[in-house]
Design a protein around this ligand. Structure first.
Ligand code: VTB
Length: 323
């Protein structure tokens, strides 16, 4: 994969963030998502690559753009797999909350998990605990392993988990074990990556969320030396059939890093829409000048770049929405 692609991809997440941020706080999640998707789609068209969306917004019948199987890029250049989440946290943007971002992961063709948009059970840790955990361990055992790896007392360990009824038993067990629980409303890409960024103080991510978000987070964790393990959670016969159609013989198999993001290379890019643990959000500075904050990283070289950019929306009319 060309290293130039990393900087091309960050332009795509910047565009999605710039467009969707204009819907911040307006109570309209679908409009915010559409704005991000359209901007991402438009920018992708100028990137020299032959990309295919392998996991993303849904299948052709349910998503008009950035659907699984859609071809992206000029068609010239490297053949790559793409995982997209144009707006990670549509509700966040609608409500004006923290931690929304536009995210993309790419890898050489065939290297990203090809799966439907459905629920996925996940566990994520940073570099110290990578290689030591298992999604199949009871949560109490995982807490002991991660505490030891991160050289912390269990009472100082922070487990981040999405605030949902489906997680209540897990939350109760984590608290009973003595660790601290940090609940978040939406956006499990940022939450799982936070485990690999020491300054966040977050040690462990657990819970069930979206499969595309899982693959995207796994690419980021590969760049940062962390680990994710996952298992798809088909909710009915139809979802199982969709998994098999995409080549997953056992839809409930335990997915390791190599199954989620194979090979030694991957590129991850994200641009903040609203400020969060990892990134600052889009800031309107007045006079059509807008600031974005992005992170772009590559697994092969482990380079992590923070890109702060100033955009003049006068010169980007396609991103200057008429709201
Ligand atoms: C998950 C999570 C995402 O939405 O998909 C969640 O992975 C949806 O969960 O990060 P519910 O069905 O319980 O609402 C996000 O939080 C945001 O897209």
């Amino acid at each position: 994969m060309d290293r130039e692609l990393a900087l091309e991809i960050v332009r795509v997440t910047e565009a999605a963030a710039l467009a969707s941020a204009q819907w911040m706080g307006r109570g309209k999640k679908n409009e915010a998502d559409d704005a991000a998707t359209t901007a991402m789609r438009t920018m992708f068209d100028s990137v020299n690559m032959a990309g295919t969306v392998v996991i993303g917004e849904g299948e052709l019948d349910e998503a008009p753009m950035l659907y699984i199987g859609e071809k992206l890029g000029t068609g010239n250049g490297p053949e790559v797999d793409i995982a997209v989440d144009p707006l990670e946290g549509t509700n966040i943007v609608a409500k004006g909350h923290a931690n929304a971002m536009a995210v993309i992961a790419i890898a050489d063709k065939g290297n990203l998990l090809h799966a439907p948009d459905m629920y996925m059970e996940k566990i994520a840790v940073g570099p110290n605990a990578a290689g030591k955990i298992s999604l199949d361990d009871p949560i109490e055992t995982t807490i002991e392993i991660v505490a030891e790896a991160n050289n912390k007392r269990i009472r100082d360990l922070t487990v981040i988990i999405q605030e949902r009824d489906r997680h209540q038993e897990l939350i109760d067990r984590i608290r009973a074990k003595g660790a601290r629980v940090k609940l978040f409303g939406d956006g499990d890409v940022g939450a799982s990556i936070a485990t690999a960024l020491q300054w966040t103080g977050i040690d462990l991510f657990v819970g069930t969320g979206g499969a595309p978000e899982g693959v995207i987070s796994a690419a980021a964790l590969k760049c940062l030396g962390g680990e994710m393990q996952a298992r798809l959670v088909p909710m009915n016969e139809e979802e199982e059939v969709r998994c098999r159609r995409m080549g997953l013989e056992d839809p409930r198999q335990l997915l390791h890093m190599e199954d989620l993001v194979a090979g030694d290379d991957a590129i991850f890019a994200a641009t903040g829409v609203s400020s969060g643990e990892m990134l600052e959000g889009v800031k309107f500075l007045g006079g059509n000048l807008v600031e974005t904050h992005s992170i772009v990283m590559r697994a092969k070289t482990k380079t992590v770049r923070y890109v702060k950019a100033h955009h003049h929306l006068d010169h980007k009319p396609y991103l200057n929405l008429n709201i």
